[in-house]
Design a protein around this ligand. Sequence first.
Ligand SMILES: *[C@@H]1O[C@H](CO)[C@@H](O)[C@H](O)[C@H]1NC(C)=O
Ligand SMILES: *[C@@H]1O[C@H](CO)[C@@H](O)[C@H](O)[C@H]1NC(C)=O
Ligand SMILES: *[C@@H]1O[C@H](CO)[C@@H](O)[C@H](O)[C@H]1NC(C)=O
Length: 502
Amino acid sequence: MDIGVATRSDSAPPAARKRWVPRSLVLGSTLFALGLISLFTGHVASEIEWSQLRKAWRSRKGGGYSEAVDIWKSKFSNLYYGCSQKGPHFRSAVPERKSNGYLLIATSGGLNQQRTGITDAVVVARILNATLVVPQLDHHSFWKDDSDFVNIFDVDWFISFLSKDVRIVKRIPDKVMRSMEKPPYTMRAPRKSTPEYYLGEVLPILLRRRALQLTKFDYRLANRLDEELQKLRCRVNYHALRFTKPIQTIGQKLVTTMRSMTSRFIAIHLRFEPDMLAFSGCYYGGGEKERSELGAIRKRWETLPELIPEDERSRGRCPLTPHEVGLMLSALGFGNDSYLYVASGEIYGGEKTLQPLKELFPNFFNKEMLAGDDLKPFLPFASRLAAIDYIVCDESDVFVTNNNGNMAKILAGRRRYMGHKRTIRPNTKKLSSLFKARNKMNKETFARKVKSCQKGFMGEPDEMRPGRGDFQEFPSSCICRKPERKNNETLEKLQNRPPVVG
Ligand SMILES: *[C@@H]1O[C@H](CO)[C@@H](O)[C@H](O)[C@H]1NC(C)=O
Ligand SMILES: *[C@@H]1O[C@H](CO)[C@@H](O)[C@H](O)[C@H]1NC(C)=O
Ligand SMILES: *[C@@H]1O[C@H](CO)[C@@H](O)[C@H](O)[C@H]1NC(C)=O
């Protein structure tokens, strides 16, 4: 599973599980720590979310929100479609022999962080008129997965799908290799570098050396780019990156099994690994045992600031517990006969932690339960397991997360592109005080308050504003509104709501 290194942290994931990790990884600056912590909280998105919330409140005062929300499907989703075709003036890829050189990429992080890296690698190659060599995956991340690109993604499809945009090759041709005087130059671009940086700092070296490798490549390209390059990002992320046949087959099989039991289901992505919890500095209700266990893990990061668990919680910086996710779903109106698919890695406290969620929703499934022995060949490979969960979460009717990591963001964006499929992100800041006061109110009041907290966090089309948030999460350049006449009736309703992207 994707450890979800926050977009602002430059370093490795919280490499805490194993004591022998190099000190350089463990010793991060306080900034790094804060960056990582932010992944629980959606600092990046919170500004927008609050403004939406305010809008929603205002519009509610005006009577706009009186109708009940369909929790399984947005009423407005069919007004939009994913649009990532290139415009008429987007020129064709520069052929290999005329390109400015070969761009090698080493990605970084878990599966979804690397996905971002691959997506942006294609765009950087385009900016540089370079020939891209199929990116190398990270074998040394927290997840210790030695899968290569070809083990996870359909490489021939990747190359051919993008052939008009960027020339991609599997390796630098031998002839070129032999003619090079020195091995490829290696460098690392700063986070979120602009196209101007690549043209000014990287291109001259590429031209001089003919081959250049960019390392630790994940969030190395600016969020905001011109519209055509944003659309290219979408073509890579949503079309060119297709999992290999064995992964697709087992993923689809799990989806089919879910659908054989129920016509619609909820997928929950739970991040609840001990490391993540320790890192958050939050308290999850497990008493002295939890305090000492998480405290011990926390000591492995020597530079973590002292945090007051209560404060972190009220700031919305703690991922929801499985129980809290269940309470939120019940309160939103999902019946106890709903089917859940739970995507997760190791869960702190195991069965005992999951029990309250299972009591709320007895139809509880995960890949281990559904796939049985078919899962065996994938077990040694964390990224392939993450890919299987990605497929089921992508296909689910409703997708819910307890965190704001890379997988949560990437899937939230993808589901918007694929027709605004219902995606629920907990508004942790508001929910935390509500959970605390839960026993002081009756069930109906609690439910009403949860519903009101979650307005603006339900994956509705109007939650998106062009240029706001991470492009991965809000791919506004790639979502278009359908011509009006087709949607006359729904459109009239929509006109009473806050403005939407066009
Ligand atoms: C890339 O190629 C196009 C078309 O040949 C050219 O107009 C553009 O200036 C080139 N850019 C770079 C960075 O080489
Ligand atoms: C599920 O909910 C129904 C009513 O909403 C209730 O009667 C039933 O006891 C619940 N079942 C379980 C297993 O909690
Ligand atoms: C919907 O159609 C009706 C009549 O067909 C028309 O009067 C109305 O203006 C249309 N509304 C929108 C928003 O296009």
